[in-house]
Design a protein around this ligand. Structure first.
Ligand code: CA
Length: 382
């Protein structure tokens, strides 16, 4: 009888089992190693290993007071908060692209950030004008409320999404001045034939009132007024206007800025570039924009009144209030333009309705709070 030798098959079987088990362990361990490695990589990516360099183009001359210092502040804060991981180089108007080329440059990704004003792009997006200023509309405080807590920013984001742009509020001037004039405005007749630099919806109002509105970038304004290419110009307010030197070439300084009651400046970010940033850098960009937005209003609040005193007391500027008759006329024209544009442009209509809805809530409250307080404060003041 042949003795069956069981050992080789058993040994082979056990060996095979051992190989399979050990192999499985090795595979499972290498999976774990891989997972750990990818977590480590993403951790490194988010903790300071990846750096970005962006370009920021502006519609202002470099370091222009107020308007031009906001993008500098934004870039500096982003660099400091990110410990240098996101560096933003600021280019003034004309350095990389002309002032009016900012929207296109950021939309195409040639620059990653832009600083300007939404109403400059009304030719591309008429409803964008709501996000700078509406004549006789919301003031700075109310605009900030609408944008950040009243649904305004979401509407603005929708408008810019087709251009691969993310908009953010990037500054506010507060109530502006009506502007610098070389002829007196005593009645609505005086608006006829007036050639004035006045952008946005205010410009359309002037056109309907018989004037001619022109849009000239800041850097070319002084010469245009000096040489008589234009009869009048609005710019911002005393702090900026004094720096510009308009008092040297214009006789009358009119108020109030009915056309820009609380102009918002914008920071536009190329959406594709923004989405490439890790979350912490995205948060830094948003926070720095919010800071720039509030900081500009603070600066104007502190400096406008001092500059006006200097303009009047040291430079002999003649300060004039626009007559009520002129204001009422401009307001009626403005309402007509808003209604007509809304009837023609569904996008404009949608934003207009949202804007009016917010106005209907905030204005009655501000009548008994801000406005009533201003009156209370003035009682017996003179
Ligand atoms: Ca202005």
């Amino acid at each position: 009888m042949k003795k069956i030798n069981w050992y080789p098959p058993v040994i082979l079987g056990l060996l095979a089992l051992l190989v399979l088990t050990f192999g499985a362990l090795v595979v499972s361990r290498s999976d774990q190693v891989q997972t750990v490695t990818s977590i480590e990589n993403s951790h490194l990516k988010n903790s300071g290993q990846q750096t970005f360099e962006w370009k920021l183009v502006t519609t202002w001359p470099k370091n222009f007071p107020g308007l031009g210092s906001a993008p500098e502040r934004f870039a500096r804060n982003v660099a400091e908060m990110s410990n240098g991981r996101l560096k933003i180089k600021v280019f003034g108007a004309g350095e990389l692209v002309p002032a009016m080329g900012v929207f296109g440059a950021v939309s195409s990704g040639a620059a990653q950030v832009g600083h300007g004003a939404a109403y400059y792009w009304k030719g591309k997006v008429p409803a964008a004008q709501f996000f700078t200023a509406v004549p006789f509309g919301l003031n700075a405080q109310e605009m900030n409320g609408w944008l950040h807590y009243g649904g305004g920013l979401e509407l603005w984001e929708e408008l810019y999404a087709p251009f691969d742009l993310i908009p953010m509020a990037g500054g506010s001037t507060g109530v502006q001045m009506a502007g610098w004039f070389n002829k007196e405005i005593n009645s609505v007749e005086d608006l006829k034939g007036l050639k004035m630099r006045i952008p946005g919806l205010g410009g359309e109002v002037l056109n309907r009132a018989g004037g001619t509105a022109v849009t000239i970038p800041g850097g070319e304004l002084y010469t245009a007024l000096q040489t008589g290419v234009i009869d009048a110009t609005e710019w911002v307010g005393p702090y900026n206007d004094l720096a510009f030197g308009f008092h040297q070439i214009a006789k009358y300084y009119y108020y109030p800025g009915w056309h820009e009651p609380g102009s918002v400046l914008e920071i536009i970010i190329n959406k594709t570039a923004f989405e490439k940033l890790p979350q912490d850098l995205q948060a830094i960009v948003r926070t720095a924009a919010r800071d720039a937005n509030q900081d500009m209003l603070d600066e104007y609040t502190a400096r406008n009144n001092r500059a006006l005193k200097e303009l009047v007391e040291e430079h002999g500027v003649e300060l004039r209030k626009l007559p009520d008759e002129v204001i009422a006329h401009l307001k009626a024209i403005n309402t007509g333009i808003m209604e007509k544009t809304a009837a023609e442009d569904p996008q404009f209509s949608r934003v207009y309705n949202a804007f009016k809805e917010f106005e209907s809530q905030v204005i009655p409250y501000h009548r008994i709070s801000e406005e009533a307080y201003y009156q209370t404060r003035d009682l017996g003041a003179h």
